[in-house]
Design a binder for this molecule. Structure first.
Ligand SMILES: [Zn+2]
Length: 230
């Protein structure tokens, strides 16, 4: 069957283009990764939003990022139960089996998860309603506004870093100096990551930051002195 006869299946054409155009340029890399296995140094926990493109942001290629994405880039509380916790399983695998050296939690501007956390999910979206409770502690007691949502998006990132530290294997590796935690907030319209700096208690644009994340968690005090713990 020719492409013309296949009709307007754009996705099929893209699959063929990948193998014919992109893959040959990187074939050796992929085959090395098969022969030697993957050894990514980074676990990237990102929101599912289609505008967040981790590989473009970080300049990463095949084998460099172990990625788990979900609505809001949330980290479920560690409870040690034998449950169907996909994000938790990814964290356990990345830390215990892949021995990643850093974990990035990446939220972003105009995040639908945060907006819906304020405005409420559809009645039928039962799982989504439960999932969005993972942002509840970071919501501000104000009307949702662009500024409140932006600040909440950043507070939610910090909240997930705190939750990560409740994972025994994460805390152990962080305290041993083998693992660093990075909180990022991506501003889509600027193409810039803002990096959480625990010393400053603030998010600093990458263009002005001296690091890609402050590493080990310390108690977080916001600029106005409000201690962010519950
Ligand atoms: Zn989002």
């Amino acid at each position: 069957m020719t492409d013309a006869a296949a009709g307007p299946d754009e996705l099929l054409l893209r699959l063929r283009n990948f193998q014919s155009d992109y893959f040959p340029l990187h074939q050796q890399r992929f085959q090395d990764l098969v022969a030697q296995g993957q050894h990514p140094k980074t676990l990237f926990i990102g929101c599912s939003d289609s505008r967040l493109v981790p590989y473009l942001l970080t300049g990463a290629g095949p084998g460099e990022l172990f990625v788990v994405r979900n609505v809001g880039a949330f980290v479920p509380p560690y409870d040690g139960t034998y449950g169907l916790h996909g994000t938790t399983a990814a964290i356990e695998y990345a830390v215990l089996s892949l021995h990643v050296e850093r974990i990035i939690v990446c939220g972003h501007s105009h995040c639908g998860a945060i907006r819906v956390a304020y405005e409420g999910a559809p009645d039928e979206a039962i799982a989504l309603q439960a999932w969005l409770k993972l942002a509840e502690e970071a919501l501000l007691p104000v009307q949702s506004s662009p500024e409140a949502i932006r600040r909440t998006e950043q507070r939610v990132v910090v909240l997930q870093l705190e939750r990560l530290m409740d994972y025994p294997m994460v805390r152990r590796e962080v305290e041993a100096g083998r693992l660093t935690l990075h909180g990022w907030h991506y501003v889509i319209e600027d193409g810039e990551i803002h990096i959480f700096d625990v010393q400053q208690g603030n998010f600093v644009p990458a263009s002005q930051s001296v690091h890609s994340g402050t590493g080990p968690y310390q108690p977080y005090v916001e600029n106005d002195g409000q201690i962010f713990s519950y």
